[in-house]
Design a protein around this ligand. Structure first.
Ligand SMILES: Nc1ncnc2c1ncn2[C@@H]1O[C@H](COP(=O)(O)OP(=O)(O)O)[C@@H](O)[C@H]1O
Ligand SMILES: O=C(CO)[C@@H](O)[C@H](O)COP(=O)(O)O
Length: 500
């Protein structure tokens, strides 16, 4: 049997999947790494941790699966988006990577808006948000000028890992779209955007752009030795985690929408052309499928809100233990409402200062009410993005749900009830790693198109239909949820000075 490997470089861990020509997962392995949060709103990781964890994961995958090393034809990647990795002339990281969920760059975002005006949307097709790469680069320019002077290369997280595995520098369009430095329609770095914000000098840092399925090198001998793979294994560029999540969920044409609950949460919908635009700070990014796009709204702390709740109030318990009895609590968690703004919020507020709330605590509430309220709050936040798509005329009646959040059937039913749409699960939820494996399979020439690959690799499971009574109840609660942002904004501004 021949295989490909999909590597998903997530925020909490790297996961690798070994997939055969029939799309069957023949092995999986994973290693986690820490987040470094020195100050409120800051979020960094050590690039070396990603590389070590990836090498260990590949070794573990090869050992546990027993696959013959030369049976693995290709490898590709899915990566957390936007993170800034700066390398010196020797290809060494100059500092920790500043991640997508780091919100220190509000003033740089205002500078970008002032400098670019309408051009930002016309060229980058995205709003200036703290998570994106250009504001991070401006922050480094402003606060760590000497360090920037030593920089030779700018990469995104999975591009750095791929560089260390192959020695080759590239970035694919789907990930480059999240830098705010790409002309999305022309598919080239935008000199105009860089010049207008005072980053002309940084153009030389940007790597060559490639398609996600493009072959970009082979494994370095030292990496082949350490992982148990062979040096001739082809390496394909890969894509942004959300693009790969969409590919792995078969979102390759109009009609299906994706809900992904990982550390962050996204609602994503396919766009066949670059023409459409949305209000409310939505993204438009290049897809991992050539010359296609997708619209996307993001909840910054989706799965992260539940993992924060579990670690803080149920340390040592599994998700299944924490969530036992969830379905016995009625929709609305007995009047308890949660807003998942633990690290600020992206869609639709673009607000780094806002923080989360529990509203309506009552002496009758038990821990399970809080857990349900957290999950409902996350789902309401995702529903904000869904509403923006519907308001722009995009019909959304079928949502494929992926990510860690799709592991709990009660949460899938909750998504159907809140979204007022059918929610479809995958038979074997593998996250964006499957999309990365599909890019390698297509790149290897196993299929004529990603669509053909999806017909073989993507296997839908259960469909959850919205329950009319609960949907009506959630529509009412959603209005209250939306009001909590407005009512707590000023309070959070006043509290910001007391944060760690
Ligand atoms: N059994 C479960 N039930 C409900 N939610 C879960 C379960 N397992 C994981 N999750 C959620 O999924 C999140 C992790 O999702 P994952 O896709 O693995 O994240 P990432 O790719 O960002 O590292 C956790 O933070 C948690 O909220
Ligand atoms: O910032 C975004 C998308 O714009 C995030 O979706 C990141 O790409 C991180 O993803 P996960 O670790 O949650 O999968």
């Amino acid at each position: 049997m021949r295989y490909v490997i999909g590597i998903d470089l997530g925020t909490s861990a790297v996961k690798a999947l070994l997939v055969d020509r029939n799309g069957q997962v023949a092995g999986e392995a994973s290693r986690s790494y820490p987040l470094i949060q020195e100050r409120s709103g800051w979020s960094e990781q050590r690039p070396e941790d990603w590389v070590e964890a990836t090498v260990e994961t590949l070794y573990a995958l090869m050992q546990s699966s027993g696959a013959a090393p030369d049976a693995v034809e290709g490898i590709s990647f899915s990566g957390q988006m936007h993170g800034l990795v700066l390398l010196d002339a020797g290809g060494r990281p100059l500092r920790n990577a500043i991640l997508w969920n780091d919100t220190r760059t509000t003033s740089q975002c205002r500078h970008i808006e002032a400098a670019l005006g309408d051009k930002l949307h016309a060229i980058a097709r995205n709003p200036a948000l703290e998570g994106m790469t250009m504001p991070k680069l401006l922050w480094v320019q402003q606060h760590e000028q000497e360090l920037l002077a030593q920089a030779e290369t700018l990469l995104l997280p999975k591009d750095y890992v791929r560089y260390r595995l192959t020695g080759e520098l590239h970035m694919d369009y789907s990930d480059a779209a999240g830098t705010l430095m790409l002309d999305i329609a022309a598919k080239q770095w935008s000199r105009e955007l860089l010049a207008a914000v005072g980053l002309s000098e940084s153009e030389k840092l940007l790597p060559p752009l490639v398609e996600s399925h493009q072959e970009v090198g082979a494994l370095l001998p030292a990496i082949a030795d350490r992982t148990g793979l062979v040096g001739s294994t082809k390496v394909f560029a890969g894509g942004a985690d959300n693009a790969c999540g969409a590919i792995g969920a078969g979102i390759l044409d109009e009609g299906l929408t994706l809900c992904s609950i990982g550390t962050s949460g996204v609602i994503l919908t396919y766009e066949g052309n670059v023409g459409r635009s949305y209000d409310g700070g939505m993204h438009l990014f290049n897809h991992g499928k050539q010359d296609a796009y997708y619209g996307m709204g993001v909840t910054l702390a989706a799965g992260y809100s539940l993992s924060w709740f579990k670690n803080t109030f149920a340390a040592g318990e599994s998700y299944d233990e924490l969530l036992a009895g969830l379905s016995e609590v009625e929709a609305g968690a007995g009047g308890l409402l949660f807003t998942p703004y633990l690290v600020g919020e992206r869609t639709p507020h673009g607000d780094a200062v806002i923080r989360g709330s529990f509203i309506g605590m009552d002496s009758s509430h038990e821990r399970i009410h809080f857990a349900r309220a957290v999950m409902e709050g996350i789902t309401f936040s995702l529903n904000e993005s869904l509403h923006l798509f519907r308001a722009a005329g995009k019909p959304i009646d079928k949502v494929v749900s992926i990510g860690g959040g799709a592991r709990n059937p009660a949460w899938l039913q909750m998504q159907a009830d809140v979204f007022g749409a059918s929610v479809i699960s995958l038979k074997h939820e593998q996250g964006p790693g499957l999309g990365a494996a599909m890019l390698a399979a297509y790149g290897c020439g196993w299929f004529d198109s990603l669509e053909q690959c999806a017909r073989r690799f993507v296997d839908y499971g259960m469909t959850y239909e919205p329950h009319p009574e609960r949907t009506t109840k959630y529509e009412e609660l959603f209005q209250i949820y939306r009001d909590v942002y407005r009512q707590t904004r000023g309070l959070n501004e006043a509290l910001a000075a007391y944060r760690l």
